[in-house]
Write a protein that binds this ligand. Structure first.
Ligand code: SAM
Length: 245
């Protein structure tokens, strides 16, 4: 099953997503802080706490849709000098910001930046110990294809982790969140990047993304064992986990 995702013309979807991130790359980090009132930092901390780089041996980590590096930096810091983190993104502008930030943080030697598509990873099978994708998978046109690529490049025993917006399931909070996303976020986008439309598009992509139960089914369908998820902040985001066994 493709869970109905192919209804959107795929080429068009990726082109749209690329245009958004080319436009906002230089303001991306500031926008995250403003839109989430800093919450994205806590979500990312909680997410990367689930990656457990080996304390003794080599550890190869792949962060897909890694953008400006927030996830990769956290994993690199939690690891040892034997931890290698690859940041992959389809958008060279986002990666460029990531490279600069990595230098400033003294992490450049532990990170490799790769411009490529999540649907077609330029790595041999059974390469990585862990794979993360944060706020990225909902932008990928063929989600099942990206999940099957994640499965392919992980080693046996490898860990798949995804952080993504989900659906608020607390009465009251859901209405507040709707209003905030549809009214406030495009306004903040307009103010900071001069571009409300891109942020309207992002909000819409959050609304369309499947709920946590359905997404867990998709992860299982890609071959991952022990699929599980945790909702954070009343379901605004969810952390998904699965294993290649
Ligand atoms: N993971 C980072 C974070 O949490 O801050 C960045 C998330 S940002 C919302 C989404 C990223 O997904 C963008 O950098 C975008 O270029 C990237 N992206 C979109 N489609 C992609 C694809 N098909 N393959 C790889 N990356 C993609």
């Amino acid at each position: 099953t493709d869970f109905g995702f192919t209804r959107v013309p795929l080429q068009e979807k990726q082109a749209r997503v690329d245009a958004v991130f080319h436009k906002v790359a230089s303001r991306y980090d500031l926008m995250n802080d403003l839109m989430s009132a800093g919450m994205h930092r806590l979500w990312k901390d909680q997410f990367t706490a689930q990656v457990r780089p080996s304390r003794t041996g080599p550890f190869r980590h792949l962060d897909v849709a890694g953008g400006t590096g927030d996830i990769a930096f956290r994993v690199a810091r939690a690891g040892t000098p034997k931890t290698e983190v690859t940041v992959l993104d389809i958008n060279g502008d986002m990666l460029e910001v990531g490279r600069e930030r990595a230098k400033k943080r003294g992490l450049a030697d532990r990170l490799t930046f790769v411009e490529a598509n999540a649907e077609d990873l330029p790595f041999p099978s059974n390469t990585f110990d862990a794979y993360t994708i944060a706020f990225g998978i909902r932008n990928v046109p063929r989600i099942p294809q990206a999940l099957s690529e994640a499965f392919r490049v992980l080693k046996r025993g490898g860990h798949f982790l995804c952080l993504e917006f989900s659906h608020v399931d607390i009465p009251g909070l859901d209405r507040l969140y709707e209003t905030y996303s549809f009214r406030a976020i495009p306004l903040i986008g307009q103010f900071v990047t001069g571009d409300a439309e891109s942020y309207r598009y992002l909000v819409e992509s959050i609304r369309r993304f499947p709920d946590a139960e359905l997404f867990a089914d998709m992860i299982a369908e890609a071959g991952f064992a022990r699929p599980s998820f945790t909702r954070l902040s009343g379901g605004i985001v969810a952390i998904h986990s699965g294993w290649k066994l």
